[in-house]
Ligand binder design. Structure first.
Ligand SMILES: CC(C)(COP(=O)(O)OP(=O)(O)OC[C@H]1O[C@@H](n2cnc3c(N)ncnc32)[C@H](O)[C@@H]1OP(=O)(O)O)[C@@H](O)C(=O)NCCC(=O)NCCS
Length: 153
């Protein structure tokens, strides 16, 4: 995959998307949900590269589209040091449903309820907008995501 890596390095420094050999859990800390805006483009691009491997990650063009699409909602979870630990995007469809576009949590912050927090927050915002159905897709082999969505109802 050296070829893919060299293409990605045009956009993100190599060290940012290098294979993570070991994940060391972050120490316990407080988290907060904040709006995710175009100013976070670089951070969300980097985090999505860490979360989605094998070409399943979004490109900066996709994020640019989502940030400029009025029907798009985007939130991040930040640590007490202001670093992005998780992100989620949803797109409101013309049929009155919403599509969970992407969601990712940094490996060192997983299993702390951050994805659940983001899902609940999106649900609350969408409910206020009168939307009660969220559509999503996932690989059947993505056990973590399947369990997350099943548990979230
Ligand atoms: C899937 C993902 C978003 C989950 O994020 P997370 O913050 O770790 O999830 P949460 O801590 O909120 O987990 C909530 C529940 O989901 C389930 N779950 C989450 N990760 C799981 C895993 N690896 N194995 C089994 N169940 C899991 C559990 O029921 C968990 O509750 P519990 O910890 O009390 O048992 C994260 O693993 C990730 O970013 N994966 C890579 C990107 C991805 O696949 N995104 C989804 C694309 S469809």
């Amino acid at each position: 995959m050296a070829f893919l890596d060299s293409i990605r390095s045009f956009f993100v420094p190599a060290a940012e998307f290098g294979v993570e050999r070991a994940v060391v859990s972050a120490p316990p800390m407080a988290y907060a949900i904040k709006p995710l805006t175009e100013r976070d483009s670089k951070d969300v691009l980097r985090l999505n590269l860490r979360c989605f491997k094998n070409g399943e990650n979004y490109t900066r063009y996709t994020f640019a589209y989502l940030f400029n699409e009025p029907r798009s909602l985007s939130y991040k979870v930040v640590t007490d040091k202001g670093e992005m630990a998780a992100f989620a995007f949803a797109l409101i469809s013309t049929d009155g449903t919403a599509h969970l576009t992407t969601i990712g949590v940094a490996p060192e912050h997983r299993r702390r309820g951050l994805a659940n927090m983001l899902l609940r927050h999106l649900e609350d915002v969408l409910r206020i907008k009168g939307i009660s159905t969220i559509v999503l897709e996932l690989r059947v082999s993505n056990f973590a995501a399947k369990t997350l969505y099943t548990e979230a109802g």
